[in-house]
Design a protein around this ligand. Structure first.
Ligand code: IPM
Ligand code: MG
Length: 360
């Protein structure tokens, strides 16, 4: 299969872990006889250095001419946020990409490797049945894209952010989430704040109507504050979570840490035509950039998601996931995954990636 992949490595650890993902993709294309080509383009601070903007037209064009987008991470050190290179870098890059391609569906997955259970902030007893949760987050509505105002009112400093949804936005992602639930453990929990918010009341109404079309999926609603608590108390009670933009932002960070390291959570964003962008859920981690110590797993798993969802190459995607699992079983770790157990071998980003490639 011949595919062109837009590669937007970005800032911080982005370029290093992207190199890992591409090396793994090359190993997969060698083994399975595919032809992947990579169109590199600048984004974030890296784009700002050259074009004084975080998402240049060039980059949008490269994405548009590709079959899928593989994204690294953007953003700089917190102490340098006043610097124009970093100011609003994340929103200018990521939110603008979402808007430009109408990526309304975001999917993040968390799984725990039994060998790494020690790293989870949860107790072993809570993880006895493992952890395998996907969260669907609506990406183009809610309080993110409503009007933002920061100014004055009645002589006082004043701000407001408008949250909004129409029924089609909710329906679109709900169908996607229910269809995914059908391929998993057939349990979907929709998360909202319907005891207070009008957008949540509409959300609940529309999701329950969509649920009627999927009688084989066990569906229930949960308030977001309760959900934040239940994810810690009883993570095994979750299979598919479906939620709005802001709640999804917060809950997906909570989920990412349950597995023990935020360096392991991949993410995919789609539009209704199926075009997708794939990125690790963690950030650019500038404090560890360039030291060959970053964990490349989330970036590599994002590439695997790209194979599965954009190119329908499920066997190849499974080969990557399996190979990562093998490397963990063999005792190899990146620094963030070290538990100080006896037979562990801590490797750098490149060396760890080579182990994954050997197992493909
Ligand atoms: C995420 C990020 C973004 C978001 C930021 C960087 C704008 O936190 O993808 O979860 O809030 O969506
Ligand atoms: Mg976030």
């Amino acid at each position: 299969m011949k595919k062109k992949i837009a590669v937007l490595a970005g800032d911080g650890i982005g370029p290093e872990v992207m190199q890992s993902a591409i090396a793994v993709l090359d190993a997969v294309s060698d083994k399975f006889g595919h032809d992947f080509s990579y169109a590199k383009a600048l984004v974030g601070g890296a784009a700002y250095d050259k074009h004084q903007e975080h998402l240049p037209q060039d980059t949008l064009d490269v994405c548009r001419q590709s079959d899928a987008v593989l994204f690294g991470s953007v953003g700089g050190p917190v102490a340098e946020y006043a610097n124009l290179k970093w100011k609003n870098c994340e929103t200018n890059s990521i939110l603008a990409l979402r808007k430009a391609f109408n990526f309304n569906i975001n999917l993040r997955k968390t799984t725990i490797y039994p060998e790494l259970i020690e790293l989870s902030p949860l107790k072993n007893s809570q993880l006895s049945t493992g952890l395998d949760i996907v969260i669907f987050r609506e990406l183009l509505g809610d309080i993110y894209f409503g009007e933002h105002y920061l100014g004055e009112k009645n002589g006082l400093r004043y701000a407001s952010d408008v949250a909004q949804y129409d029924e089609l936005q909710i329906k679109s992602i709900a169908h996607y989430a229910f269809r995914t639930a059908q391929t998993r453990r057939k349990k979907l929990i929709s998360v909202d704040k319907a005891n207070v918010l009008a957008t949540s009341k509409l959300w609940r109404q529309v999701v329950s109507e969509v649920a009627d079309e999927y009688p084989d999926v066990a569906y229930s609603d949960m308030l977001v504050d309760n959900c934040a608590m239940q994810l810690i108390k009883n993570p095994a009670g979750f299979d598919v979570i479906l939620t709005a933009n802001l709640f999804g932002d917060i809950l997906s960070d909570e989920l990412s840490v349950l597995s023990g390291s935020i360096g392991m959570m991949p993410s995919a964003s789609f539009n209704v035509d199926g075009f997708g962008l794939y990125e690790p859920a963690g950030g650019s981690a500038p404090e560890i950039a360039g030291q060959n110590i970053a964990n490349p797993i989330a970036q590599i798993l994002s590439a695997a998601m790209m194979l599965a969802y954009s190119f329908d190459l499920q066997v190849e995607a499974n080969a990557i996931e399996h190979s990562i699992r093998q490397v963990i079983i063999q005792g190899y770790r990146t620094a963030d995954l070290a538990t100080k157990a006896k037979n562990e071998i801590v490797l750098g980003t490149r060396e760890f990636t080579n182990k994954i490639i050997e197992n493909i």
